[in-house]
Design a protein. Structure first.
Length: 278
């Protein structure tokens, strides 16, 4: 014959069970660390950012050796949109538009990354301009750039189309070129015209494509930080430098210059990001 629990004990156990169920459903439950991590990952959007180009993308002149404006832009994207940014930097110093185009067809890692990219920046054109300068150094004219600019425009279009071959909605931000010689040679007004004309050529190509945006930087850099036109570096005031450029060559941006570039690109992204998925 089975033994029965005393009524008082049975009532106590039933009450205890009832209170346990109430506390279980009403009190907040602590989440397992792995569960918390998964929930956080679900709330964070991943962004694959591909940077393609020349020395500006590689980050020549960046004293931190972190990649110039590219990591700075990634940080801004994360701060502004809470993206988890995965960055791929394919910048190679000295590359012309022809060399960038060639890499896009021969570099398998680059081709694969382009297919997965959610955002692309492109720095191109500066070395094309320098090639024309070297070729026509003894008799340099604004007209010397007319034909090379047309050929460059064609290659730039090919770069854009190849980047989107397997990723047709890829947003692309093309960074313009700047005049690094202005402060030392302000009398060379032709150089400023050359840079302006080249940037106009780049912008004209960008305007032919949806979600391809031109980012001008010349006005932000050619006179130095905040447009300071002269920073004397010698007792006789004979030498001036651009304080947005790298001391080692007075040609590439320094850390401040790259910060300026990243801000300019981010401002353009903020203006246009709403169009990415449209």
């Amino acid at each position: 014959m089975s033994k029965r629990l005393p009524k008082e004990l049975a009532f106590f156990l039933a009450s205890l069970l009832s209170f346990s169920l109430i506390f279980y459903f009403l009190l907040p439950q602590a989440q397992h660390p792995h569960t918390q991590s998964r929930l956080k990952a679900q709330k964070t959007s991943r962004l694959s950012y591909l940077a393609l180009g020349d020395s500006l993308t590689q980050g020549v002149g960046d004293a931190t050796d972190q990649g110039g404006f590219v990591p700075l832009l990634a940080q801004k994207l994360q701060a502004a949109y809470s993206y988890q940014v995965d960055t791929r930097n394919f910048g190679v110093s000295g590359n012309t538009s022809s060399q960038i185009l060639k890499r896009m067809t021969s570099n398998k890692q680059l081709s694969s990354s382009l297919k997965q990219a959610d955002l692309m920046t492109l720095t191109v054109g500066g070395n094309d301009v320098m090639a024309v300068i070297r070729k026509n150094l003894s008799d340099l004219k604004v007209s010397s750039f007319t034909q090379p600019a047309r050929a460059y425009q064609k290659r730039l279009g090919q770069i854009i189309e190849l980047a989107r071959q397997d990723n047709p909605d890829l947003p692309i931000y093309v960074v313009g070129i700047y005049n690094p010689f202005y402060l030392n040679f302000p009398e060379l007004t032709a150089m400023q015209d050359i840079v302006d004309n080249w940037n106009q050529s780049t912008e004209a190509v960008c305007q032919k494509y949806d979600k391809v945006y031109f980012v001008p930087i010349n006005d932000l850099l050619y006179k130095g930080v905040d447009g300071q036109q002269a920073i004397n570096t010698s007792d006789d005031d004979s030498q001036v430098i651009n304080d947005a450029l790298f001391d080692g060559d007075h040609f590439h941006p320094n850390n401040t210059g790259y910060q300026i570039i990243s801000t300019a690109v981010m401002e353009k992204i903020s203006e246009t990001q709403k169009n990415w998925k449209n």
